[in-house]
Ligand binder design. Structure first.
Ligand SMILES: Cc1ncc(COP(=O)(O)O)c(C=O)c1O
Length: 396
């Protein structure tokens, strides 16, 4: 991984201002560019939303203001979105296990659509709406009988807690249509996250369009809105193969024409693709040791601050910023042109930041920088474990 001179300078500056350097650096210029590009290339019917679970920091949410809206999965996210100037009308609420309080708040606040995950949730929402004397636009989330095998995380196919199984639609839709306060607007089908191959993600779009067609033939419903969820991948392994939004957009445009769906509103809820390359996790190397033939580097922060690599068993790109600290003793171990293991300070073997990665040079006191850490970084980490202070989040 090669850092730009401005990012490298910023990391140096912030690291030198801290006793034990351990922080996230965010520069959302890349996210801004990506938002612009999506607006340029996507068909007019397609609106990208920001899935703020990827990074709920204000810097990212404010950048998302340039989008149609934000996908939220809790009332906590909703409140952060509102604090950053996004109105409730621009929020779509997804995710299993929404509480009655969250549903009530959403209806009262005017959240645009609530994405129904089960019949229990549908009835719960119906009762709340009836009590409030309001109707609510909803999408039905479907667990399609389809999956993308080699995605990092899959959300459909097989037995899931997400949505209703596709095979049960013939039973579920009539029930939903009988709930007087719920206004059915369409479907939400999210197949997988971290998908790099455009054809894989388009396969989901094809599958969903076919599903919509079947449903509309069989039931007196119309899917005005079709939500494909998120999923655009990021090249963590630095293979040089980024998700190609231009060919995605071109093929989706063709698909829309083939199905005559020019009058439908298509939604994307993008998290990783928008946020990942706008953040770096920077952590001081506090110790280096050789243990039974493997070089172990211990950083100031571990899975308490950056859990994603361990959770998904994937290395993020790493580079080292040298700081020329004087060794504490003559035989102090360093790294020169070799493969090493990075971990944090936690008392668990699971505390791994990167495994078996090549490092040209590293010394105690240097900063290990983990790239593509803007998405699912601090937000999915075990921050309470061992009660270390939370890392700073520094915005350029
Ligand atoms: C409902 C929903 N939408 C969108 C996303 C964002 O996915 P991604 O980061 O792959 O774009 C997720 C991720 O878990 C999700 O659960």
């Amino acid at each position: 991984m090669k850092l730009s001179p401005s990012i490298e300078t910023a990391i140096h500056t912030y690291a030198n201002s801290m006793a034990s350097a351990n922080f996230y650096l965010y520069d959302t210029a890349v996210m801004k560019e990506k938002v612009k590009r999506l607006h340029q290339v996507l068909p007019a019917q397609v609106d990208p939303f920001y899935a703020m679970k990827a990074n709920p920091h204000s810097a990212f949410v404010r950048e998302a203001n340039a989008l149609e809206g934000i996908e939220i999965a809790s009332i906590g996210e909703a409140k952060k979105a509102l604090e950053n100037g996004i109105t409730a009308q621009r929020l779509v609420f997804t995710g299993p296990g929404k509480t009655p309080a969250e549903l009530r708040w959403s209806v009262q606040s005017g959240v645009r659509t609530i994405h129904i995950e089960s019949l229990v949730e549908a009835h719960r929402l119906e009762n709340i709406c009836a009590e409030l004397g309001q109707t609510q636009d909803i999408l039905l989330r479907v667990n399609a009988n389809f999956d993308i095998h080699d995605a990092q995380t899959t959300f459909s196919g097989g037995s899931r807690k997400f949505g209703v199984d596709e095979e049960t639609l013939t039973d579920v839709l009539p029930v939903l249509m009988g709930l007087a306060h719920l206004n059915f607007r369409g479907l939400h089908v999210f197949a997988a996250s971290g998908v790099l191959r455009v054809q894989d993600i388009l396969q989901n779009c094809r599958f969903v369009f076919a599903m919509v067609k079947t449903i509309e033939k069989s039931f007196p419903v119309r899917c005005d809105i079709i939500d494909f969820g998120g999923g655009f991948g990021i090249d963590y392994l630095e293979t040089g193969q980024d998700f190609d939004v231009v060919s995605y957009a071109a093929e989706l445009r063709q698909l829309i024409e083939d199905y005559h769906y020019e009058d439908r509103h298509l939604i994307l809820e993008l998290g990783r693709y928008l946020a990942a390359d706008s953040g770096w996790f920077c952590s001081e190397i506090l110790d280096i040791k050789m243990s039974r033939g493997k070089k172990q580097l211990v950083c100031a922060g571990g899975i308490n601050h950056f859990r994603r690599p361990a959770a998904l068993a994937i290395n993020h790109p790493v580079c080292i910023i040298a700081r020329q600290h004087k060794p504490l003793f003559d035989a102090q171990v360093h790294v020169r042109d070799e493969r090493v293991y990075f971990g944090g300070p936690l008392c668990t073997g699971a505390d791994k930041l990167a495994n078996d990665v090549y490092v040209a040079s590293a010394d105690v006191g240097d900063i290990a920088v983990f790239g593509l850490a803007g998405a699912y970084g601090l937000t999915m980490s075990n921050t309470l474990f061992l009660s270390h202070p939370k890392p700073a989040e520094v915005v350029l």
